[in-house]
Design a protein around this ligand. Structure first.
Ligand code: HOZ
Length: 431
């Protein structure tokens, strides 16, 4: 039988760099042929060969209700009939903003944009504009989109500024980006002692989903908050992945339960708030958000910002996940996957650790959970690749790289979880 995935990949490579429109999709880390998706429904998608998979990527997070949820489909179809894009305001933008603010009260105002990269880039510009400072801290392994100043890896010393991680990013553009180790309080304190008064913000993924799944420890998060407040820097939460995914109130609500009175100054959102459509946002207190054009001097704009079809998709998704019991059920399902995988790995004698929150999870072929990027890097990547392909052959689709988190949707059934654990158990025995 012809492999249609391979045929499509070969054809794509002639007209699209690497055959993909986002690099991780090319399977370079794990080898093999990317699956070209033909259609998806609920917790599954079908590839170009007609092969069915249980989907644990869910568009890298947005599909929290599963694919093709009837209420979302209806809202999108209706919105599309009313017009695709106007470049003028609509009532639904207000409704979506109100819905977001209702659940994430650290934000008093929110600006809608089209992608997480755009939201992160704009939040950084606003933090710099609002504080009048240029330098900022980010953490190794946290990804905030591909804006130039954010594509930075750690420099040679703890408190030195970073180096570009991509060709085409001039060193002078990243000279104000300080990159520190995640969960390292001593490095954070040292950086503030040296540069605190010049820092516009600390930007952090509170639950990092771009180095697999790594939580900021509570003492570390507490110290981030204290130092930002002490030095007048803004604490910017990048919740593109964790927002409305780990809890209805996002990761900040999880930390607020552990650290009394905790809240970030600004929040960056994406993925779930668009329900699978290109939509993202950033927000914060009124006095900061009013620094944005047209009320303030910080420029930011977009033709597709607040797009009417995307807002219909996002708004309906948020209303569905705000229904009573939604997150309890999703969390229980995700926990049962993580527990099942741990049990299967233990039975096969494979070193394995895993964690989850709400509908987001991660695992390492390591005996202990990684706390930072360097520890994530110690994972056994040939073994991960074997696991990845074993799962894929068994009809289970996880991210094709060990640096990515996984996502469970409300459409995943107990039977899907059991089947996943069964397939994983068989593969673990071969590792
Ligand atoms: N930025 C995503 C990985 N964390 C990949 C997005 C995609 O390929 O769709």
């Amino acid at each position: 039988m012809t492999d249609r995935n391979q045929a499509l990949f070969d054809r794509a490579a002639q007209v699209i760099p690497g055959g993909v429109n986002s690099p991780v999709r090319a399977f370079r880390a794990v080898g093999g042929t990317p699956r070209f998706v033909q259609r998806a429904q609920g917790a599954y998608f079908w590839d170009a060969n007609g092969q069915k998979y249980i989907d644990y990527i869910g568009s890298w997070g947005p599909m929290i209700l599963g694919h093709g949820h009837p209420a979302v489909l209806e809202a999108v179809q209706k919105a599309a009939l009313d017009g695709f894009s106007f470049g003028a305001p609509t009532e639904r933008e207000i409704e979506l903003a109100e819905e977001i603010l209702k659940h994430v009260p650290s934000m008093e105002m929110v600006r809608l944009v089209s992608s997480g990269t755009e939201a992160g880039m704009s939040a950084l510009r606003l933090a710099r504009g609002a504080t009048g400072r240029s330098k900022f801290i980010k953490f190794e392994g946290c990804y905030h989109g591909h804006a130039d100043a954010l594509l930075v890896k750690a420099g040679s010393g703890l408190a030195t500024f970073g180096n570009p991680t991509s060709a085409g990013v001039p060193p002078e553009v990243v000279r104000d980006t300080l990159v520190l180790e995640y969960n390292n309080i001593a490095a954070l304190e040292e950086a503030f002692a040296l540069h605190g008064k010049e820092l516009a913000c600390v930007m952090i993924e509170p639950i990092a989903g771009n180095m697999n799944f790594v939580r900021a420890s509570v003492p570390f998060m507490k110290r981030c908050r204290e130092l930002c407040s002490e030095y007048g820097a803004l604490l910017v939460f990048d919740e593109v992945m964790s927002g409305f995914r780990v809890a209805l109130g996002s990761a900040q609500s999880v930390y607020a339960q552990l650290i009394p009175g905790f809240k970030p100054d600004m929040t960056v959102l994406g993925k779930v708030i668009g329900g699978g459509m290109p939509l993202a946002a950033f927000g914060g207190p009124r006095e900061i958000m009013r620094q944005l054009a047209p009320t303030g001097p910080v420029y930011q704009a977009g033709t597709l910002s607040g797009n009417p079809v995307a807002t219909a998709c996002g708004l309906t998704t948020l209303r569905e996940i705000a229904k009573p019991g939604f997150f309890e059920a999703l969390s229980a399902r995700t926990q049962s996957l993580v527990d099942g995988l741990k049990g299967a790995a233990a039975q096969a004698g494979v070193p394995f650790s895993a964690d989850c929150q709400g509908g987001m999870f991660g695992f390492f072929l390591l005996p202990e959970l990684a706390q930072n990027y360097a520890q994530v890097m110690t994972s056994d990547s040939p073994k991960f690749n074997k696991l990845f392909h074993g799962l894929l052959d068994g009809g289970v689709y996880i991210a094709p790289a060990l640096y990515e988190a996984g996502f469970v949707s409300a459409a995943h059934t107990e039977a899907d979880i059991a089947e996943t654990v069964r397939v994983a158990g068989d593969v673990f025995k071969t590792l």
